[in-house]
Design a protein around this ligand. Sequence first.
Ligand SMILES: [Zn+2]
Length: 263
Amino acid sequence: MITKLPIIKIGLLIVLFAGCYTVPETGRISLNFIGTDTELQLGITEFEKLKQSKPISADPIKTGQLQRVGRRISEAVGRDLPSAQWEFVLFDDPETVNAFALPSGKVGVYTGILDIASTDDELATVIGHEIAHATARHGSERMSQGIAAALGALILNEALKDDKNRGQWLAAYGLGTGYAVAYPFSRRHELEADEIGVIYAARAGYDPRASIEFWMKMNLVKGDAKRSMFFSTHPSDIQRIDRLKAMMPKVMLIYEQNKGRFQ
Ligand SMILES: [Zn+2]
């Protein structure tokens, strides 16, 4: 009995202080007790490190495209990410087909993904999807679930000070470079990010049908080793494409209402 007592106490503490987070746009209630301040700080610090260690693209056309699409998407996100300090950086790495967004509003795109997401509408699909993972706080949710399951950490934000945990949190947001593994989001998180991301794109005046084209292109190149990193964390399949098709009537309405603002 004596040995069980601390575990019960820890369990009670977690139940009492467990944060619940309402995911924007879908309204799903998620388990999340990672502090937003911690997320913000981690995102800013790690993004700075990455900017110093990776070459940044000097291509004015591609950089201009990312800034143009990024600005419009970030405006469409608005209050869904209230403490965002928006920054969009194009990393010069044609071999890396990947992109990521952190809850701090820091967004990284590798030049390799522009081979597939070549138009503004397609790039809006990618950025919208990645930012949706951040506004839904999927990385922190998964970490919260892991911590709750283990009942292992009494001071939860302290847990993120540990190098191993921090690596997992960052890798969950697709910042796998520099760490051994990129951890894929769960299928549920992937589909939710598609759903939210396509709303952001449509609200920013980008054609949401480009999301279907993008994922169909991804499907075609899945055997290509060069593309394997993004593909391993973002499986493109019929279920994903079917879900997007089912969303089209709703998001086309949002697109029609907003596209005029940008013409
Ligand atoms: Zn994703």
